[in-house]
Design a protein around this ligand. Structure first.
Ligand code: PRP
Length: 181
């Protein structure tokens, strides 16, 4: 499957993403107006572009940290097994934390990460996902802020890969296999 030729059709433009991030950053700024330093946690690898753009729109003191949790192999289906491959550098006890996810699909990754981070007793723990694919949800969970709700399509770009390709597309695209009807 991963060797099959495919094309990518634009689903969400770079301009639309930028406008949405600006609006989300304003809301987050209000929510965390009293923070002395917000810990913004990007889930690697998919969120690396989103977090970079988001923190530059946040008018708040921020610390940036990363956590890597993996639930997928190189295929399209979730293995449902969530592994922590890289943990945070800083303790988060008593701190304000915002977890940044590129996409919530089944919800397994985010729910696992939230369980882990909650056990470290942060003061306030919130989540933001650029994309939400509710049709695929298997765990009852929704990010506190969502950029765009999308249909059950395989998407790439703006940090999201298909078999480790297309993360560098500046827009969100939909994968299409031309030989399929
Ligand atoms: C993808 C994506 C989300 C997660 C969503 O990560 O970046 O983190 O899957 O799926 P779920 O809601 O079904 O758990 P992946 O494990 O592919 O790693 P990556 O971020 O390095 O691409």
């Amino acid at each position: 499957m991963t060797g099959t030729a495919y094309v990518v059709d634009e689903l969400i433009s770079a301009k639309a993403i930028a406008a949405r991030i600006e609006a989300l950053a304003r809301e987050i700024g209000q929510e965390y107006a009293d923070t002395n330093k917000l810990v913004v946690v990007g889930l690697l690898r998919g969120s690396f572009i989103f977090i970079a753009d988001l923190v530059r729109e946040l008018d708040l003191p921020v610390e940036v940290d990363f956590l890597e949790a993996s639930s997928y192999g190189d295929g399209m289906e979730s293995s449902r097994e969530v592994r922590i491959l890289k943990d945070l550098r800083s303790p988060i006890e008593g701190r304000d934390v915002l977890v940044v996810e590129d996409i919530v699909d089944t919800g397994f990754t985010l729910s696992h990460v939230l369980r882990l981070l909650k056990s470290r007793a942060p003061r306030k723990l919130r989540t933001i996902a650029l994309l939400d694919k509710p049709a695929r949800r298997e765990v009852d969970l929704k990010a506190d802020w969502t950029g765009f709700e999308i249909p059950d399509e395989f998407v790439v770009g703006y940090g999201i890969d298909y078999a480790q390709r297309n993360r560098n597309l500046p827009f969100i695209g939909k994968v299409r296999f031309p030989e399929e009807a």
